[in-house]
Design a protein around this ligand. Structure first.
Ligand SMILES: Cc1ncc(COP(=O)(O)O)c(C=O)c1O
Length: 383
């Protein structure tokens, strides 16, 4: 197969990044590579200014209460662990969704071993959370709900506003896993009723790996598990109470945060609406193309996808083998298997082999869809 490699694995991490992101990482390391906010010299102050700018940009982007409510973390898994393990105590009751990633399910299962009760809502035939069942579980008692905004398997969006309404009615706190929606569709914490938001910097926000964000929608007392130097209140043995330092012990990932800031500025310059419609349109074209191929089963919104994620299986070929052939014979990179979300596959009936998953990003175009559809058509003919 001629032509360059087609990267369709943006749900794992986006690639390529916008040019200003590479530039910001490089420039920060070369020119402002001092420890942010720890020293009085100008390089340290400049480094701290980059972090402050990024905190402002993130707060504005997600409509958070203030920049101080934005905590920089390692990735979305880190953000979720900080929130879940810093908040949920033995005896609490948590309600979660049917399609959650292991970064939600594993911390919850480990909390369950220490006496937390975990209830999982059912899914519907069209890959949504069954809201009647969710409501029933919340009515039986709830302290926290943890829900993914967009499934990394089906790309379907949860009705966050409605879910927030149900959770708040019962006095619960809503923690949203925005791994697949941040930077892909609009996420407004205030308008959508999100109490805590966890997101990676390296996916839709177009930053580098090694940076994530945790945003508190108000002063929710999350206990820190990582304590250490903060550059403030250094005279005390105890972690400062103030956000964001309470949850940010140790030296920050300055190049990563600078790259994330450049990613957010890029998204703002293009417009989140344009990005959302571009990625959803590519998913729609792929769905249309795959509907015409024998033996393909789709696991996504079959009519009106809202994100760039499309999962499918081939009746006649194992997904892992199909993924290897797509890579080696057709130069197309998709992801195969469980995508770290076994619960979702159990709900979809695709456990344990999983699905092939194509996921589009801003830099994909129609020609990439055509390449994938043509390749899958050939695969279905040869098997
Ligand atoms: C829905 C969902 N949640 C959480 C994560 C974890 O993100 P990270 O790899 O940044 O820790 C992912 C990663 O793919 C995801 O898809």
């Amino acid at each position: 197969m001629d032509g360059p490699f087609v990267y369709l694995d943006n749900a794992a991490t986006t690639w390529p990044k916008p040019e200003p992101v590479y530039k910001a990482v490089d420039e920060t390391m070369r020119e402002f590579g001092a420890n942010p906010g720890r020293s009085s010299h100008h390089m340290s102050q400049q480094a701290e200014r980059i972090i402050a700018d990024a905190r402002h940009a993130v707060a504005r982007f997600f409509n958070a209460p203030s920049p101080e409510h934005v905590v920089f973390t390692l990735n979305c898994t880190d953000s979720l662990n900080i929130a879940l393990k810093g908040l949920i105590k033995p005896g609490d009751r948590v309600v979660t969704g049917p399609y959650e990633h292991n970064s939600v399910m594993r911390p919850l299962r480990s909390l369950q071993r220490s006496g937390v009760s975990v209830a999982v809502a059912r899914g519907t035939g069209d890959f949504q959370i069954d809201l009647d069942h969710f409501r029933e579980l919340c009515h039986a008692g709830i302290d926290f709900a943890v829900i993914s905004h967009a499934s990394n398997v089906t790309g379907c969006l949860s009705s966050v506003r409605e879910i927030a309404g149900i959770v708040h009615e019962q006095g619960g706190i809503l923690i949203l896993d925005a791994a697949q929606s941040a930077g892909v569709v609009e996420v407004d914490m205030d308008r959508m009723g999100i109490d805590i938001l966890a997101a990676p910097g390296h996916k839709g926000l177009l930053g580098p790996m090694g940076v994530g964000i945790l945003i508190l929608g108000r002063d929710i007392p999350v206990d820190p598990f990582r304590e250490g130097g903060t550059g403030i209140k250094s005279e005390g043995d105890y972690q400062p109470e103030e956000l964001p330092w309470r949850l940010e012990g140790g030296t920050a990932n300055l190049p990563g945060i600078a790259g994330l800031l450049a990613g957010i500025r890029f998204i703002e310059s293009v417009g989140i609406g344009s990005i959302a419609s571009h990625e959803a349109e590519l998913a729609r074209q792929l769905v249309e193309g795959l509907k015409g191929v024998d033996g393909v089963r789709l696991f996504c919104d079959p009519v009106d996808p809202k994100t760039g994620v499309v999962s499918f299986t081939l009746d006649a070929m194992d997904v892992a083998l199909a993924g290897t052939i797509l890579d080696q014979a057709f130069k197309i990179g998709v992801r195969t298997g469980l995508h770290c979300a076994p619960a979702a596959h159990k709900a979809l009936g695709t456990f344990p082999s999983g699905t092939l998953r194509a996921s589009f990003g801003y830099f994909n175009d129609e020609s990439h869809v055509e390449r994938l559809v043509a390749a899958v058509r050939q695969l279905s003919k040869t098997c």
